[in-house]
Design a protein around this ligand. Structure first.
Ligand code: ADP
Length: 170
């Protein structure tokens, strides 16, 4: 069944309601248990979270966009407050287009913080959109999509780092 009209209706209602909507943007190549942990923490604060898979035309991805999208959807199949969309261009423009007032990002360490702080400040300067940060739990601090990809490329198992990893077929 084509559910795209339901998503459009939902976006429209975000504009006219006072719902607290946040976007969690990223490449999610692939979406790991670290990302999942950030969403679970953010669900306590927001009425709706849109996981925005950013498509940068100059970047090459390991997992196809459709595979990444279906994989993330499978993880949040039973969570009505989470939606998965793809977008091109600036994250803040995507936020405005769907009526989201916040950006959610995850932090593993001080290196993430330094990088995220610059992006958050510049995003705020150009759009007024605030970023909200959540620390990952200690057991997921080491999880990194780049390393997960390398393990997968070499034929290793990634299931301890990625929920529903069987959905990620190349
Ligand atoms: P991007 O290409 O935008 O960095 P990523 O998919 O790598 O996209 O990451 C998206 C967000 O998830 C970023 O805020 C990143 O810091 C965070 N993140 C990545 N891995 C983890 C993890 N293991 N625990 C918590 N947050 C994480």
């Amino acid at each position: 069944m084509d559910t795209s009209y339901l998503v459009s209706l939902n976006i429209l209602s975000n504009f006219i309601s006072m719902k607290n909507v946040a976007v969690f943007p990223g490449s999610f190549d692939p979406f790991t248990k670290g990302h999942e942990c950030i969403i679970k923490k953010a669900l306590c604060l927001f009425d709706e979270i849109i996981i925005g898979i950013g498509q940068n035309t100059t970047k090459k991805y390991y997992f196809d966009i459709t595979v990444r999208q279906q994989h993330i959807k499978s993880i949040f199949r039973d969570e009505k407050k989470v939606k998965v969309l793809e977008f091109n261009g600036l994250t803040v423009e995507f936020c405005k287009s769907i009526g989201a007032k916040f950006i959610v990002r995850g932090l593993r360490d001080s290196k993430d913080f330094g990088y995220e702080r610059s992006i958050a400040q510049m995003n705020h300067e150009i759009s007024g959109i605030e970023s909200v940060f959540f620390m990952t739990v200690p057991e997921y601090t080491a999880i990194n999509s780049t390393i997960v990809r390398e393990i997968h490329k070499s034929g290793g198992s990634i299931e301890i780092f990625v929920t529903n990893s069987a959905q990620l077929v190349k």
